[in-house]
Each structure stands twice: as C-alpha cells, then as structure tokens.
Design a binder for this molecule. Structure first.
Ligand SMILES: Nc1ncnc2c1ncn2[C@@H]1O[C@H](COP(=O)(O)OP(=O)(O)OP(=O)(O)O)[C@@H](O)[C@H]1O
Ligand SMILES: O=C(O)C1=C[C@@H](O)[C@@H](O)[C@H](O)C1
Ligand SMILES: [Mg+2]
Length: 196
C-alpha cells in the first residue's frame, strides 16, 4: 500500500471501527469474489479478529470442503455450515468471511442478518472466472462447463446476495483498494444513522 493510501485508510479504519461497534462484519458473495482475502485484510485494518467459515468447517471436521461434499453431500455440508456460522456470530466484533452458498441458505441468511452487518462483494463473471479458474478445489464447479455453472449460480444467487446490508464492487483492482471501499461503506453506516 502506498503511504498516502495508508494514512487515509487509517483514519477511515477508525471511522469504520466506530460505526461497527460490537457488531460482526460478515462477507457474502460468490466463489472468487474475494471474501477470504479481502475479509482478512479488512479485519487487520479494523483490528478485530478474522474468521473464515470454510476454514472453520475444515478445522472442526478435519476434512477438506471437497472431502465433505464427497462423503456427506451438499445438504450435510450446509447443515454443518449453519451450525458453525451460528457459533461464530455469537461473539462480536469479528470479521467473518462465509462460503459462497452460506447466505443463500435461508436459515443461515437469517442468522447473518441478525448477527451483524453483511457486505456483498459483487464481481462480474469474467473477474470471478479468472480467479476461480486458477484452482479446481470448488466442488460446485467440478462440472463439464464450470464457467457456465458459475454463470448459473450468478443468475440464481445475485438477487439474494443483494439483500446484504452493503454492496461493494470487487473489480480487477488491488486488494487494498477493495478493502478500502469496504471501510468506506462501513463508515458510511454511521453517517446514515446520523441522518435519521
Ligand atoms: N482484488 C483482487 N485482486 C487480485 N486477486 C484477487 C482479488 N480479490 C481476490 N483475489 C484472488 O482471487 C482468488 C479468490 O479469492 P478468495 O479465495 O478470497 O475468494 P472467496 O470469495 O473467499 O471464494 P470462496 O467462496 O470459494 O471461498 C484468490 O486467489 C485471491 O487472491
Ligand atoms: O458457493 C458455494 O456454494 C460454495 C462456496 C465455497 O466457499 C464453499 O463453501 C463450498 O465450495 C460451496
Ligand atoms: Mg473463501
């Protein structure tokens, strides 16, 4: 990060931290949107603990997401995801990055809505594809035409992600820029509150 951006984002981080209070900040969005990398960066900037639900699921089950899908199927994975997220949300403030399907599950979405401030990292198909295409560990993309599968998920899921409290574009720019945009959106919550 260059120095000017660092100085500017320090003040911004303080504003965002104050706006968040004791609430959690929960990242939602499609695979490759940057929930894990941007979430970790934002947590560092805010000075609050970071947790990634996929990572936490893998830790408690001692299995990879792929192994879980293969052994128990998506339904069992979702049930585990709901339980893990419910537990992680109990103690704020934290930054929590969720798996791509978490907010789509009605019960998990309800927990997230009451458990803190949700932020949708929104990206277009080409950006997502360029990012997820580098690795092949995502079970829902192990199909004959993974780019088409990703596009289908966008069509199904974008109206639901849009229910998040905040939306931040995750474009092909440096991670620090996206993280800074998240801080701006969170800091803006306090200003919204002042207007009412
Ligand atoms: N702004 C960015 N610039 C460059 N690379 C990025 C950016 N955002 C994310 N990436 C890269 O894209 C890939 C996917 O990001 P990440 O794992 O954070 O996505 P995710 O939303 O957590 O996906 P999943 O739902 O599968 O967990 C990573 O390799 C990450 O480094
Ligand atoms: O979009 C999804 O449904 C998923 C995204 C990943 O983060 C993992 O949680 C899993 O691969 C499912
Ligand atoms: Mg992730």
């Amino acid at each position: 990060m260059n120095e000017a951006l660092t100085v500017a984002s320090q003040t911004l981080a303080e504003q965002a931290r104050a706006a968040l209070g004791q609430r959690n900040l929960i990242f939602v969005g499609l695979m490759g949107a940057g929930k894990s990398v941007i979430g970790r960066l934002v947590a560092q900037m805010l000075g609050v603990p970071f947790l990634d639900t996929d990572g936490e699921i893998e830790r408690v089950s001692r299995m990879s997401i792929t192994e879980l899908f293969n052994a128990y199927g998506e339904t069992e994975f979702r049930a585990l995801e709901t339980r893990v997220i419910e537990r992680l949300l109990k103690q704020g403030p934290r930054v929590i990055s969720t798996g791509g399907g978490a907010f789509i599950n009605e019960s998990t979405r309800g927990q997230i809505k009451t458990g803190g401030v949700s932020v949708w990292l929104k990206a277009d198909l080409d950006v997502l594809w360029e990012r997820v295409n580098r690795r092949d560990h995502r079970p829902l993309l192990k199909t004959a035409n993974p780019k088409q599968s990703l596009e289908n998920l966008m069509t199904q899921r974008y109206p639901i992600y849009a229910e998040a409290d905040l939306t931040v574009l995750s474009e092909n720019v440096r991670k620090e820029i996206v993280a800074n945009d998240v801080l701006k959106a969170v800091a803006g919550l306090a200003k919204e509150g002042e207007k009412q």
